[in-house]
Design a protein around this ligand. Structure first.
Ligand SMILES: Cc1cc2nc3c(=O)[nH]c(=O)nc-3n(C[C@H](O)[C@H](O)[C@H](O)COP(=O)(O)OP(=O)(O)OC[C@H]3O[C@@H](n4cnc5c(N)ncnc54)[C@H](O)[C@@H]3O)c2cc1C
Length: 482
């Protein structure tokens, strides 16, 4: 039995932001995460755009927390050492109706407190993004892009640095109230806590039911993406979006912090929250639609696809609702319940956490401040980002920086070893990939995958057949053939 002051269910960007926020107080914190890594679900499967805050209904939590998240992202990325670029973004249009729609979006943005939006003509659009197609556009100067893996991992590692404990491969299967505490059953035994937090993303409805707060209807909206080779990066200095509808931002093209381009997402309502395959017909549709706003898409540049699923909380009529962040004393005392944390959850994660912990405090959570809280965390030093002089110096200090493991992305043995020794104890192939970019280049691991697998074996004393690619059951090797 493990007992904590607070147990957070779900270690994605929101659960990790909450764990970090809680670590500013003198409390014991456990994070229960069913997957072998914290970025296997929605936090690692999105557009990675730090939204401006103009696209959400005025007065909604989505609008308010998104704007706060956007404003705080520069400082947060400096404190936690992850990559964030405030590169701006354009929404392009062609018709009178689209112009009127952008005027409405801009007005909503102003009401939400976003005062840097501009409607621009074709000439200015082409100065900003030479290859974008549009007669006019709305320019959001404060939008940006982030490394979604580095950001989530940084929040979690900083929480751990400040005392939180993560339990991976630990799935919550039942929750009971026993006197003044919560008893939480998992596949790895029982846990107890004074407070429990539901940050379970796609499983928020299930966990809410387990807590006794029943009736939330959560639907899945699946979005597929194509990733393009870094060759295309220089052609896209900022994300290009079409004019949005009320409920969907549309298929956009987005530059990544590492110089790739991603195309997507479509939006398909799904019941299976575990299927991430991308059918060819969807890839064709994405490429065709995105070509209307950025005609630089060629089949030979497509190196990979992926998808993500948004948990949308809807009412009985199917209308999408705002983020729900609540404490329902009468049904589930000392339980913080988060439902429907869809987009802009990545942008808003830290303000969501601040709002959530303040709500706990309104409901009797009164811990002492942790005067030793350290908001600063250092990530892995990236060899490919350094000058030749800096590289030479680093190799002198640590000869493992002199051995290249991933040739496409120039990732060295030293970086892989730092990733393997990560504070969370992640030991999957994608755990290493998302922390270092090894296997993310043109050859997609053709050259380095087995070398990384070998390093995992050696460093962690694992048998080859114990190593997972990503999720439970995704073994890289299944045994000897001969
Ligand atoms: C296609 C797409 C595009 C998006 N684009 C953007 C964007 O550009 N900008 C933006 O701001 N937002 C975007 N988002 C939204 C954003 O990614 C999410 O809002 C955010 O990642 C939600 O984080 P989370 O921690 O709530 O969820 P998750 O990352 O899903 O974390 C929840 C965790 O709970 C764990 N869990 C679930 N059930 C259990 C259980 N029973 N026991 C233990 N653990 C459990 C899961 O394994 C998971 O790791 C996008 C999302 C999608 C799908």
């Amino acid at each position: 039995m493990k007992e904590f002051d607070v147990l957070v269910i779900g270690g994605g960007v929101v659960g990790s932001a909450i764990a970090r926020e809680l670590s500013k107080y003198r409390v014991t914190i456990g994070v229960l995460e069913k997957n072998p890594d914290i970025i296997n679900e929605t936090s690692g499967r999105n557009s990675a755009v730090i939204h401006g805050g103009f696209a959400y209904d005025t007065g909604s939590l989505k609008a308010r927390l998104c704007l706060q998240g956007n404003r705080g992202m520069t400082k947060l990325s400096e404190d936690l050492d992850f990559t964030f670029l405030r590169c701006g973004k354009v929404l392009v249009g062609q018709t009178e109706e689209e112009y009127a729609s952008l005027e409405r979006t801009l007005a909503q943005g102003k009401r939400n407190g976003v005062d840097t939006l501009e409607l621009i003509d074709e000439k200015r659009l082409h100065e900003l993004v030479p290859m974008a197609v549009g007669k006019f556009a709305m320019f959001s100067k404060d939008s940006g892009i982030v490394d979604p893996f580095g950001y989530t991992v940084a929040l979690a590692e900083n929480a751990v640095q400040n005392g939180a404990r993560y339990f991976l491969r630990t799935e919550v299967t039942g929750i009971r109230r026993e006197g003044d505490t919560w008893a939480i059953s998992t596949n790895r035994g029982e846990y107890k806590a004074k407070w429990v937090v539901n940050a379970a993303g796609l499983c928020c409805g299930k966990i809410s039911d387990m807590l006794g707060i029943k009736g939330y209807k959560v639907i899945g909206s699946k979005g597929d993406y194509i990733i393009l080779d870094k060759r295309t990066g220089p052609l896209l200095p900022m994300p290009v979006y079409p004019v949005p509808s009320n409920t969907y931002m549309g298929i956009h093209v987005t530059n990544t912090v590492d110089g790739n381009v991603i195309i997507g997402p479509n939006a398909e309502t799904v019941e299976d929250f575990t299927y991430y395959g991308v059918p060819q017909r969807n890839m064709d549709y994405l490429a065709k639609s995105a070509s209307d706003i950025w005609p630089c898409i060629r089949k030979e540049d497509m190196i990979r696809n992926y998808s993500g699923i948004l948990p949308k909380w809807v009412d009985e009529q199917g209308v999408i609702q705002d983020f729900k962040i609540e404490v329902k004393e009468e049904l589930a005392p000392n339980a913080l319940n988060l439902v429907g944390i869809e987009s802009p959850g990545l942008t808003a994660a830290v303000p969501i956490a601040e709002y959530a912990v303040a709500l706990m405090q309104e409901h009797g959570f009164a811990p002492e401040k942790n005067e030793d809280f350290d908001p600063v965390r250092k990530g892995i030093r990236r060899f490919d980002k350094l000058s030749d002089e800096e590289r030479e110096e680093l190799v002198k200090q640590d000869p493992d920086y002199g051995e290249l493991i991933c040739r496409c992305e120039k990732v060295t043995k030293a970086e892989i070893l730092q990733a393997i020794r990560n504070p969370l104890g992640v030991n999957t192939m994608t755990g290493i990939k998302y922390r270092t970019r090894a296997m993310m280049g043109r050859c997609q691991g053709g050259y380095c995958q087995m070398r990384i697998e070998k390093l995992l074996e050696e460093e962690l004393s694992l048998k080859p057949e114990e190593i997972l690619y990503e999720r439970e059951g995704s073994w890289v090797l299944q045994g000897k053939l001969r």
